[in-house]
Design a binder for this molecule. Structure first.
Ligand code: ADP
Ligand code: GLC
Length: 499
């Protein structure tokens, strides 16, 4: 089976969040199942500069009026296709935002061009490598199936994965004139979205299968609370919607071999973790602490509930916890954490920025990862935390609710607990959950058991990659997609033991 994955980011070449982790690790897991996945992504500076040898394959001269070369490279054993259009992708700032944190004004063009190139390659533009199926991710590549069906007349199956419904590629209605689609696409069953257009809506209408990154999120997005305005479209496509939880790259996120850690450890030598904790405190200039060292490694946004965490800091410190923040995002939240760090020297430390190494150090040394997300399609950081013996304290939503077993009475009695859940995300609930964590932390045997259970839980890609492979197979060999995963209208079963 040959699959073309079209994505706007991919670890380790370019990453702003979990999307990159998924698109970087899924092809590796699939290859061990005999599925060949080749990835098309834009030639951002970080990509072009990292790849040593890239061979030009083809050239498209009409991608939204731009000429684009497709280069082929092999990175870490995986075949990558790079869409090189310097005017669109080689620029300062981030891949979506400029240096001031504002969306690049031509994002519609940048990602329409990527989607169209994906559609052409999907339809066979590279004669030596014609995929059987195309897999696209989020709004940035959601137009691929629209181009395939409405411009190229290509009927090959397309899977669209929703990593985050909050980002929908919404642009003014006039944008339709620049994206090379027939004008009748501007209608309710096409791209029209509250008098604007939405790239994501187009993908949701035209993809053969839609996956969300956890079964819980697949159910949640059918409701107005989590559907972000797309719940109607999603409900109309419910038979095509499934949930497949993300996996983690167990080679990259492994405390026994992690090159960033001062001291490696495994579930059998977990006591060695203490050295990393001490090193972490030292590195961040924090005092030795007998309370919990809490941490967040996150985009600092409303989705992640980081404003709620910022409001909780004073009481956390008063209760004896310390806090390390590694993240960037909304300026107001960044400043709130900076202020908190200056109010509480030795107790609160903040690194505003994105640094892969720090993510490893924090998870390898902190006692608690705090994640008060308002919604969380899957969440990967809590899975890394589990593997590193850092106890996740999470809001009970989306993927968080199904990957963490709550340390309530039943969870503890069964020896199955791996973290703490709270609901809904609020300052009061964050503080109560952290109080619970502190109580458990004071019982070393109980805490150790939580750590061990978390470290033993298996969130490697194998199971999820198998589910994707089955989905591809069913699309290629019959119309009946894995019906067992179709979201149930009933509330999500939670992976927590009720006391
Ligand atoms: P999302 O994709 O919504 O941001 P995920 O939990 O799926 O959330 O993935 C976040 C990924 O980004 C993880 O790999 C996490 O370690 C990483 N990450 C987030 N913020 C930072 C940061 N400031 N520095 C380093 N890594 C970060
Ligand atoms: C999104 C979601 C996150 C998910 C990631 C990878 O960024 O916010 O929950 O883990 O995509 O699928």
């Amino acid at each position: 089976m040959k699959i073309l994955s079209v994505t706007s980011e991919m670890f380790p070449l370019v990453k702003t969040g979990g999307l990159a982790d998924v698109t970087g690790s899924l092809p590796k897991a699939l290859s061990s199942l005999g599925v060949e996945m080749v990835t098309l992504l834009p030639g951002y500076p970080g990509v072009i500069d990292t790849i040593e040898t890239a061979i030009p394959l083809i050239e498209f001269d009409d991608l939204m009026g731009e000429t684009g070369r497709v280069l082929r490279a092999v990175q870490d054993g995986l075949v990558i296709l790079i869409l090189d259009i310097p005017t669109l992708y080689q620029r300062d700032g981030g891949i979506y935002l400029d240096d001031l944190g504002v969306d690049h004004a031509d994002n519609w063009k940048r990602f329409a061009a990527l989607s169209l190139a994906g559609a052409r390659i999907g339809a066979g533009a590279i004669p030596d490598w014609v995929p059987d199926l195309v897999h696209v991710h989020d709004w940035q590549t959601a137009l691929t199936p629209v181009y395939m069906r409405r411009v190229l007349g290509e009927t090959k199956p397309v899977v669209l994965t929703i990593h985050n419904l909050a980002f929908q590629g919404q642009f003014s209605a006039e944008t339709i004139d620049g994206i090379g689609l027939p004008s009748d696409i501007y209608e309710i069953d096409g791209l029209e979205y509250y008098s604007d257009i939405s790239f994501l809506k187009g993908g949701l209408q035209f993809a053969d299968a839609i996956t969300a990154v956890s079964p819980t999120y697949a159910r949640e997005i059918l409701t107005p609370e989590f559907g972000m305005g797309m719940e109607g479209v999603l409900t109309s496509r419910r038979q095509a919607l499934t949930g497949i939880v993300n996996g983690i790259d167990a080679a990259i996120w492994n405390p026994a071999t992690d090159i960033y850690l001062k001291q490696t450890y495994s579930v059998r030598s977990i006591e060695r973790r203490r050295l990393n904790r001490a090193d972490l405190l030292h590195r961040f200039g924090l005092d030795h602490n007998s309370g919990c060292v809490c941490a967040a490694v996150s985009r600092l946004t409303w989705q992640k509930g980081m404003d709620i965490l910022a409001e909780s800091v004073d009481e956390m410190v008063a209760n004896g916890d310390s806090l390390i923040i590694v993240g960037k995002g909304d300026r107001a939240i960044e400043n709130a954490f900076r202020d908190a760090a200056s109010r509480h020297p030795g107790k609160v430390a903040v690194h505003i920025g994105y640094e892969e190494e720090l993510a490893h150090l924090v998870l390898g040394g902190a006692d608690v990862l705090i994640q008060p997300s308002r919604f969380e399609p899957c969440g990967l950081t809590q899975l890394y935390a589990l593997r590193y013996g850092c106890i996740p304290v999470v809001a009970r939503t989306g993927g968080l609710s199904e990957t963490i077993v709550d340390a309530n009475d039943a969870g503890l009695a069964a020896g199955a607990a791996t973290g703490i859940q709270f609901h809904p995300p609020s300052r009061q609930n964050v503080l109560l959950a952290l109080q619970h964590a502190r109580d458990l932390y004071k019982k070393p045997l109980v805490w150790r058991k939580l750590q061990r259970e978390g470290m033993k839980s298996d969130f490697s890609w194998m199971r999820s990659a198998q589910q994707y492979a089955e989905l591809y197979e069913s699309l290629l060999n019959g119309p009946d997609i894995a019906a067992k995963n179709v979201p149930d209208p009933e509330p999500a079963p939670r992976l927590q033991l009720l006391s």
